[in-house]
Design a protein around this ligand. Structure first.
Ligand code: HSE
Length: 380
C-alpha cells in the first residue's frame, strides 16, 4: 500500500522509520517545505499527492491548525483517508472532518492524537462493541505530569520545574497549550466523540491549567494525603454529558497519583467490563509514530471505524458536581471550610460553577487556583 506523509519532522520521521521495517506499507510521497527537499520522495506541492491515484491514505504529521486543516479537508474531500496525530486540528475541525468523511466515504483516523502510543481510541471502540461507556478520564498530558510529579517529589517551584522540563525537551519553548490545559481539552473533545458520539468544543469545556500551581499548594495537598494531577474527563448519563479539564487533588493511594514523569494514563468505565486503565507514553517520535502506523495497518486490514455524531446528546454541567478547593486571597461570595493557606473547601458545586468562581477570584488575584477534590470514599 502506498502512503504519503505530510511533514517529515519528529513524528514524520518516526512514521517513516517504522514503515521502513514493515512489508507492504510504502511511503512513496512526502510533503516538505521547498528548502527541505532532501529525498527523492519529497515534494512541496500537495497537489502531487492529491493527484496520485495509488495513494489512498495520507498521514498528516505537521502539527498546527493551518495548513494542516486545509490539507486534511482536501484529502477527505478527494476521497482519500487521513491518519493524524494532530489533536489541535482534529478537535478544532472535528465536525467538518467527520461530515466530509461521511460524504466521500473516506476515513479520519487519529489514534495517536490522544495518549500517543497508548491504544486508547481503539480500546474505546472495542469496548463499545458490547458496552455503553459512562466515563472517560485521565492524565492526558506528559509535560504537565512531568512538572507536577517533579514538584511532588522535589523542592523546586513551578518556574524552576518548567525550565527543567524545557531543558529536557519535555516542554515546548512556548508551553502555554500544555500548562493552560488546552492540549488536554483537545484530547477530551476527541475522546468524548469516540466514547459517547457527543460533539463538544474546547470553548464549551471549563478548562483550568496548572500555570499558577505553587509550592504552597503542593504542601497543602500533601498534608491532606493528596497529589495534584491535571485531569481531563467526560461523563455521560442517558442523553446528557459533560466534560472538564482541571487540576484534581487525587488521594495518594490512587493509581493516578503515582503516575511518574511524562507518562499518561487513560481510564474508562463501562457497563459490563467495569473500569479499565491504559498507561504508557503519550508523546515522542516513536510511540506516536507507532500509533499512526497501527492506524495504517487497521486501514489496510479494512477496519473502518468511523466517528459518529449523535445530535440528541445534551450538555449538562450538573453531571460533574463535587467538591472543590479554591486557593485565593480574593473575597468571594461563598463560604467554605478552611483547607490550607488561603485555601477553602467548597462542597457540592459543579465544574462550571467552580470555573466561574475562579474567574471571579482572578479579577483581583490573578494567580488564584482551583482544584477538584474527589471524596476518598469514591475510590475503593
Ligand atoms: N505536549 C503534549 C504532551 C504532547 O506533553 O503530552 C503529546 O500530545
Amino acid at each position: 500500500m502506498d502512503i504519503a506523509l505530510l511533514g517529515h519532522g519528529t513524528v514524520g520521521r518516526g512514521v517513516d522509520e517504522i514503515c521502513a521495517k514493515l512489508d507492504g506499507v510504502d511511503v512513496t510521497r512526502i510533503l516538505e517545505l521547498p528548502d527541505r527537499l532532501t529525498d527523492e520522495r519529497m515534494t512541496s506541492n500537495f497537489q502531487d499527492i492529491l493527484d496520485d491515484p495509488d495513494i489512498t491514505l495520507v498521514l498528516e504529521c505537521m502539527g498546527g491548525l493551518e495548513p494542516a486543516h486545509t490539507f486534511i479537508a482536501d484529502a477527505l474531500a478527494a476521497g482519500k483517508s487521513v491518519v493524524t496525530s494532530n489533536k489541535a486540528v482534529v478537535a478544532h475541525y472535528l465536525q467538518e472532518f467527520v461530515e466530509l468523511a461521511h460524504t466521500t466515504g473516506s476515513q479520519l483516523i487519529c489514534e495517536a492524537a490522544v495518549g500517543g502510543g497508548v491504544p486508547w481510541l481503539s480500546s474505546i471502540r472495542q469496548v463499545r462493541r458490547i458496552d455503553e461507556i459512562s466515563s472517560v478520564s485521565g492524565i492526558m498530558n506528559g509535560t504537565t505530569n512531568f512538572i507536577l510529579d517533579a514538584m511532588h517529589k522535589g523542592d523546586a517551584d513551578f518556574a524552576e520545574t518548567l525550565a527543567e522540563a524545557q531543558r529536557l525537551g519535555y516542554a515546548e519553548r512556548d508551553p502555554s497549550a500544555d500548562i493552560d490545559g488546552i492540549d488536554v481539552a483537545n484530547k477530551v473533545v476527541i475522546s468524548t466523540l469516540a466514547a459517547f458520539d457527543a460533539l463538544t468544543t474546547v470553548d464549551q469545556i471549563p478548562v483550568t491549567g496548572i500555570r499558577h500551581f505553587s509550592k504552597t499548594d503542593e504542601e497543602t495537598f500533601k498534608a491532606h494525603g493528596r497529589t495534584v494531577k491535571l485531569i481531563g474527563r467526560a461523563v455521560r448519563e442517558g442523553d446528557r454529558f459533560a466534560c472538564a479539564v482541571e487540576p484534581v487533588a487525587m488521594p495518594d493511594f490512587t493509581v493516578e497519583a503515582s503516575i511518574p514523569s511524562n507518562f499518561n494514563i487513560l481510564s474508562l468505565d463501562a457497563e459490563t467490563v467495569g473500569p479499565l486503565k491504559f498507561y504508557g507514553q503519550g508523546a515522542g517520535s516513536l510511540p506516536t509514530g507507532n500509533a499512526m502506523v497501527q492506524d495504517v495497518l487497521d486501514y489496510r486490514e479494512g477496519k473502518r471505524p468511523a466517528f459518529r455524531i449523535d445530535p440528541d446528546l445534551i450538555w449538562d454541567a450538573t453531571l460533574l458536581t463535587g467538591d472543590y478547593v479554591i486557593r485565593t486571597t480574593a473575597n468571594l461570595p461563598v463560604d467554605g471550610k478552611v483547607y490550607g493557606a488561603n485555601a477553602r473547601l467548597i462542597e457540592g458545586i459543579n465544574a462550571e460553577e467552580a470555573y466561574a468562581l475562579l474567574t471571579t477570584a482572578r479579577e483581583t488575584d490573578s494567580e488564584a487556583m482551583i482544584f477538584a477534590r474527589p471524596r476518598k470514599a469514591l475510590f475503593k
